[in-house]
Write a protein that binds this ligand. Structure first.
Ligand code: DAK
Length: 262
């Protein structure tokens, strides 16, 4: 692959968008390679993924403006679909994805971070949806996911004004969960990923599905989704191991239950 780096370290995998000369902007090839990378993740062993950008300046500076500049209407729609399909694959990946936003997250960069379950960022991060200044709308889900993440009023303000915001403001409005010095970002992302990876994997997956699917329907249907995914945890080895450890005599308890993902 030319533009994606993939590294699995035990149960935690890191995907790095590696096109630093263009500030990791998303062209068709990057999107294709990301798609292939997501398909190739070994879900039997990997329990949490970190997504980041190469270098210390940019996470992803958006969709590739050079490539987009000459698109016809039909090509623009196809490019939007390619991006949306990959972003949706990321969003619905059975295991959690943490975006470690290490710099610019503009346009498609902000949008891809919002397809991840959790965003943390470095102090130099900058978020924004600058599309209306380029004569287009956010095309990789920004109008939808930003409103769902920070609320309708704030999303409309950011999208209509095309104003970029710094890490502290992104934290204040709830776009990111935490801000770290650049040199600590990956360490913190890995720490969080390892904590997630230690928990019962079937339960974590079912929580992700319950939250994501439940948000698309009304509360009555959402509760049913939760019931089914709750029920789905029972009779698994993970559930037996987790509850068994809780109920075991003190001297037999272990600090970290060796969950098996089955
Ligand atoms: N695309 C292509 N190249 C980019 C790029 C981008 N988005 N952002 C930066 N680069 C390239 C620059 O052209 C430059 O290349 P060289 O000239 O060195 O060859 C290199 O990265 C370094 O950039 P700068 O020299 O500009 O670096 P600075 O530090 O001065 O500025 C910056 C950094 C991030 C403020 C600036 O590069 C910038 O404003 N970049 C554009 C940010 C932006 O507007 N992003 C949003 C793109 S629009 C849709 C599908 C998708 C989308 C919309 C619709 N459908 C089809 C429905 C999504 C749209 C977007 O994401």
């Amino acid at each position: 692959m030319d533009f994606i780096l993939y590294e699995a370290d035990g149960a935690v995998a890191t995907i790095t968008i590696n096109r630093p000369k263009a500030l990791n902007a998303l062209n068709s090839q990057v999107l294709d390679e990301l798609d292939q990378t997501l398909d190739a993740i070994n879900l039997d062993t990997v329990r949490c993924v970190i997504l980041t950008g190469a270098g210390d300046k940019s996470f992803v500076a958006g969709a590739d403006i050079g490539e987009m500049s000459t698109l016809t209407k039909a090509e623009g729609e196809a490019f939007g679909k390619k991006g949306n399909d990959v972003f949706r694959k990321l969003e619905t990946l059975p295991i959690p994805v943490i975006a470690a936003v290490n710099g610019f997250a503009l346009g498609g960069g902000c949008e891809i971070s919002m397809s991840c379950d959790i965003r943390i960022c470095s102090e130099n991060a900058m978020f924004g949806q600058p599309e209306v200044g380029l004569g287009i709308t956010p095309g990789f889900g920004g109008t939808q996911r930003l409103a769902r993440t920070v609320g309708v009023g704030m999303a409309k303000q950011l999208i209509y004004t095309a104003r970029n915001i710094k890490a502290d403001e992104a934290y204040r409005i709830g776009l990111v969960n935490a801000v770290y010095p650049q040199e600590e970002l990956m360490e913190q992302a890995k720490k969080m990923a390892s904590t997630i990876a230690k928990n019962a994997p079937i339960a974590v997956r079912n929580c992700k599905k319950a939250i994501n699917d439940g948000l698309q329907v009304d509360i009555d249907q959402a509760i049913v989704i939760e019931e089914k995914l709750f029920g789905g945890c029972f009779e698994t080895e993970d559930q037996k191991a987790g509850m068994g450890n809780f109920l075991a005599p003190k001297e037999q308890k272990v600090k970290v239950v060796p969950f098996k993902n089955c």
